[in-house]
Design a protein. Structure first.
Length: 190
């Protein structure tokens, strides 16, 4: 089994730390950053090809949620049978990152491609997790399409904005490091 390079291990540590630092507050508050998990899974797919790392991030997310609920007073409202749908939610993001790693080029055009893939992946992730919650959580026994559309309008903009903001910051950092040292910055996941 191939071990992660030093660079990949550092990136993995930073991504895991970012998720740990932000996971307690889904949309953020005046004092807390919003949850970076969406961006973390997509960036992990881009930088780290290992499915074991993906599984490790899933375990970390579950452990963080457990600690938040049992020791930090975070509500368990979202922990229902639909919670299992976070696996395909995060898989979509990780696979989008893997796909982009294969087609990535050092160009402005590639930044546009990344933006499109990020928008699509974050949107699909939202509809998987959100739809699963409304239809399979048991919290809304009489859900109908009109009610679901109203709830999408309430939560989708925040979900999309939070995820894309983290991804935009990561892309800007990556671009800055690439300009400074184009040979040193290559995707570890290729």
């Amino acid at each position: 089994m191939k071990l992660l390079s030093q660079r990949s291990a550092l990136i993995g540590f930073v991504l895991a730390a970012l998720m740990a630092a932000t996971r307690m507050h889904h949309f953020g508050t005046a004092l807390h950053l919003p949850d970076a998990s969406v961006a973390v899974f997509m960036l992990a797919g881009f930088f780290i090809a290992s499915p074991l790392f993906f599984a490790g991030l899933l375990l970390e997310a579950g452990a963080l949620d457990y600690v938040a609920i049992t020791h930090l007073g975070v509500s368990d409202w979202c922990v229902t049978p639909a919670y299992w749908f976070l696996i395909p939610t995060y898989a979509v993001l990780w696979l989008a990152g893997r796909y982009y790693a294969r087609i990535h080029q050092q160009s402005w055009r590639s930044l546009g491609v990344f933006s499109g893939i990020a928008f699509a992946a974050v949107s699909v992730a939202f509809f998987i997790s959100n739809g699963a919650f409304y239809w399979f959580s048991g919290r809304y026994p009489n859900v109908n399409v009109a009610e679901y559309v109203a709830r999408v309008a309430q939560y989708y903009p925040q979900y999309l904005t939070g995820g894309l903001l983290y991804l935009a910051c990561a892309a800007a950092l990556y671009a800055a490091l690439s300009v400074r040292s184009p040979v040193a910055v290559k995707t570890a996941g290729k």
